[in-house]
Design a binder for this molecule. Structure first.
Ligand SMILES: Cc1ncc(C[n+]2csc(CCOP(=O)(O)OP(=O)(O)O)c2C)c(N)n1
Ligand SMILES: [Mg+2]
Length: 816
């Protein structure tokens, strides 16, 4: 193959420099390939559990790496090991550490062993959880496994560049240099079938943001060929309607063969220039890629690829083709001298041999680093078991445990703990110093090692939510009673003035100031970039927020109604809620998700699926303020913190009157604390959100029948009642009812578990704890539909009354 010098950028480099670069690239690709080969072997021999590798996709990643600059971000998927190696963010040893799940962030910087190999990340945060200077480093967001799940945040990362360029007053030099940063995405051909892909492409075209997305097309998605994945079997073909032209904005589309090294370099340079300079999204369809070892280690591709296809893949392997190109490349200089990269194969064979050696050594080093501390721990426990056996009546059993442990070759921490914990059972009735030693060892070891797997679900920095203390709203002497919406709006106004990096966006949030007028006039006042309308695209509204938050901005992403959060909950659950955990605290996205719900009418406007949220969104704070002052206080708190949160405002609260505070933007609702809003002696009523109003409305009716209720507002579902105030109330009343608009067994069951099990309230109960919830079905429409579907005042009255009746039937006569 001969390449005309004019068709690539090689003219810009002296030939020797170019040669050096080409051979260095080849070396990276060969090392990466060796990692894939050896990685597969490690899985097949049982050292690693699962492997998914980047073989067959090396060459385009070299080109992408060349165009990738410091400050840029990657948002990609599991095939990108070559890219990560090319930008210097992944060594072969780290690659193997990931494969072995080395639970130490210094050995395995991608996820500290929490994710399976092939899920890449860089560190945005320092050891204190504060942002580093992201413009001085190459950045990759932490990957997630759900296909196309990398798309929504890719949009937000690009949108951040746009904001930094359009709002120079932002002045955040750690995050951007005039918005020059590109959001680089990668995705497999089959994953473009996902809705999130199309949603993101459309949104990027609308927003005109610097995003370059590469589709690695190997014609398959595991075993399913393109025929079943993509109309016309070509993503670039079907996206042609998005192509920009002289008169219309859109996206730029390139198509290039994945083995064509010089052409790839040229395309990637062009793409980067367009995205970086013009802020236009670009899609690069990289065709003709292969999977030399099949999709992953869980099966062989011989099962589903035809013989012809397998032969074609061998012939078109990008690495093999790059090798041929290097050998065949020749160029004449101005004196007609022939310039070549190599003379025959020799030099390449040397590179290949050295790569094999290097990767093998890296594998050994990674394995030793992984195993050595475990082996030391094993030795310790063997000693402890040995000592224990000498003092025990069950000596033979303990010796067997010890010997079985010693016989394990590739010991895991699980092996060690299984032996130690089983031994304790044998000596449960014995007493000895050796037993105490083993007990202490187990307790300390569990405590320490549990952290390796469970830390950093939430912030551990000085900006974690529990650090913010309550600041009460204050009022002028003759403070006005106003609609709740005015308080939320004026508070947002204050926050937008106070934090110039705050952005609020969502459907109808901009021009009309949201459907409930909580943002009225704020776009006009603070500008179209700060308070913005978006398309109807919940998943990418959240992605927009995640990406912006990853880059140091403070987004509030608005989802119009709680019901529609379900469109976005996958990305919140898989991406946002896990981000801090899966990067062991090396990345954060303190996104605030604003929505409104609980009470309206009809199947799809009245849902309160808070149990689902509480269970799917661990890693976020979930807040359910009872009124707009409380809600405003949560926004004020969160903007001082670095954790993501969901705030569900009360739909029926916008028009209810509240006293107008005079310290807008300053008062803070604490997170994780309940509030006792009425004291009483007979029964503790726990509720939140708009149901709370109904509870308050039956207080007097209950008083008339001599029942004095204590009402506790949950306020914060996640975290819940960190001061354990509910159990203190139950110690006094000895009775509990939880009232909630979710389905039976939903959020109320979560609260019951928190109160009964975690706070040990069962000890103080004199009556069965009761939950009063909505029906199993979604709420029917209309006044009666609502009355028969959700807890109403009579239901609440009677449920409370019946508990009292059961306790004292003589005093509280049966109602029915
Ligand atoms: C939402 C979701 N569905 C299914 C899977 C299982 N899965 C993992 S990879 C894959 C195929 C992806 O194919 P493609 O996008 O072409 O990428 P390739 O592996 O071929 O590079 C599938 C179906 C997943 N991870 N996530
Ligand atoms: Mg594929």
């Amino acid at each position: 193959m001969q390449v005309k010098s004019s068709s690539t950028n090689q003219e810009q480099l002296s030939f020797n420099q170019f040669k050096k670069e080409v051979l260095r690239d080849y070396q990276i690709a060969v090392i990466s390939r060796e990692c894939s080969y050896l990685g597969r072997r490690e899985v097949l021999t049982g050292k690693a559990k699962f492997g998914i590798f980047g073989d067959g996709k090396e060459v385009p990643q070299l080109a992408m790496a060349k165009a990738f600059k410091k400050g840029d971000f990657r948002s990609g998927y599991y095939r990108d090991q070559t890219f990560m190696m090319a930008i210097g963010e992944l060594t072969p040893q780290q690659f193997f550490a990931g494969l072995y799940a080395h639970a130490d962030i210094t050995a395995e910087p991608m996820s500290g062993g929490r994710q399976m190999g092939g899920h890449f990340a860089t560190h945005s945060l320092d050891e204190n959880g504060h942002f580093k200077n992201l413009t001085e480093q190459y950045n990759s967001t932490g990957d997630i496994s759900p296909t196309a799940g990398q798309m929504p945040r890719m949009l937000g990362i690009a949108q951040a560049s746009k904001m930094f360029r359009n709002l120079p007053e932002l002045k955040k030099p750690k995050f951007s240099n005039n918005g020059n940063e590109i959001s680089w995405g990668t995705i497999g051909n089959a994953s473009t079938s996902e809705g999130m892909f199309f949603e993101t492409i459309n949104a990027a075209g609308v927003l005109q943001v610097p995003m370059v997305i590469s589709v690695w097309d190997d014609d398959f998605g595991i075993s399913v060929p393109a025929k079943y994945q993509t109309t016309k079997e070509s993503i670039s073909e079907i996206l042609k309607g998005f192509q920009r032209n002289e008169t219309e904005e859109g996206i730029e589309i390139f198509v290039v063969k994945g083995w064509d090294y010089p052409q790839l370099i040229s395309v990637y340079n062009k793409a980067a220039k367009i995205a970086r300079e013009e802020h236009v999204p670009v899609l690069i369809h990289v065709k003709d890629l292969t999977q030399p070892q099949g999709h992953s280690t869980s099966g062989s591709h011989e099962r589903y690829k035809s013989k012809e296809r397998l032969i074609w893949e061998k012939q078109n392997d990008c690495l093999a083709k790059m090798r041929d190109w290097i050998i065949e490349f020749e160029l004449k200089d101005s004196n007609n001298n022939l310039l070549r990269f190599v003379d025959g194969e020799e030099e390449l064979i040397k590179i290949e041999k050295e790569a094999k050696k290097e990767v093998n050594q890296a594998r050994r080093d990674a394995w030793n680093a992984f195993l050595t501390p475990v082996k030391e721990e094993e030795t310790k426990v063997i000693q402890l078991l040995e000592n224990l056996s000498k003092k025990s009546h069950n000596k033979s059993f303990i010796i067997k445990l010890k010997n079985d442990l010693a016989a394990v070759i590739d010991t895991s921490r699980k092996d060690i703990l299984v032996a130690a914990r089983k031994a304790i059972v044998y000596v449960r009735e014995e007493k000895s110093a050796e037993k105490t030693q083993l007990q202490n060892w187990i307790v300390n070891y569990l405590k320490r090692e549990q952290q390796s797997y469970s830390s950093f679900l939430y912030s551990q920095s000085d900006k974690k939510v529990s650090h913010v203390k309550e600041v009460l709203p204050t009022y002028n002497e003759n403070a006005e009673m106003v609609d709740g919406r005015i308080i939320i709006k004026d508070n947002f106004d204050t926050l937008l003035s106070k934090h110039n990096d705050l952005f609020i966006f969502g459907e109808d949030s901009g021009n009309i100031g949201d459907v409930n007028q909580g943002l009225v006039g704020l776009q006009e006042k603070h500008g179209i970039h700060r308070v913005t309308d978006t398309g109807i695209r919940e998943a990418t509204i959240i992605g927009q927020g995640i990406g912006m938050a990853l880059r140091g901005l403070r987004p509030i992403a608005e989802i119009q109604y709680l019901d529609y959060l379900l469109y976005a909950v996958q990305i919140m659950s898989d991406d946002l809620a896990t981000l801090h955990y899966r990067t062991v605290g090396k990345q954060k996205a303190p996104l605030i998700v604003r929505t409104r719900g609980h009470r309206l009418e009809g199947i799809w406007h009245s849902g309160s699926p808070m149990g689902a949220m509480v269970h799917l969104l661990r890693g976020m704070n979930i807040l359910v303020p009872r009124n707009m002052t409380k809600a405003a206080g949560f926004y004020n708190t969160l903007l001082e913190c670095d954790e993501p949160a969901l705030i569900v405002e009360n739909l029926n609260g916008y028009r209810l009157k509240e006293k107008f505070p005079n310290n807008l933007g300053e008062f803070k609702t604490p997170i994780g604390l309940v509030e006792t809003i009425r004291t009483g002696k007979d029964i503790t009523v726990v509720s939140y959100g708009s149901t709370l109003k109904l509870v308050e409305d039956v207080v007097n009716r209950l008083k008339q029948v001599d029942i004095d209720i204590e009402i506790i507002d949950v306020q914060s579902l996640l975290p819940f009642d960190t001061n354990k105030d509910v159990v203190k109330s139950i110690q006094k009343t000895n009775r509990l009812i939880i009232i909630d608009e979710d389905v039976p067994g939903g959020a109320s069951a979560y609260l019951l578990d928190e109160i009964l099990e975690k706070q040990n309230a069962y000890e103080y109960l004199d009556s069965k704890p009761v939950t009063l919830t909505a029906k199993q079905h979604k709420a029917a429409y209309g006044t009666d539909g609502d009355y028969f579907s959700k807890p109403n005042e009579e239901d609440i009255f009677e449920a409370v009354y019946m508990i009292m009746h059961e306790a004292n039937p003589a005093k509280y006569k049966s109602l029915y």
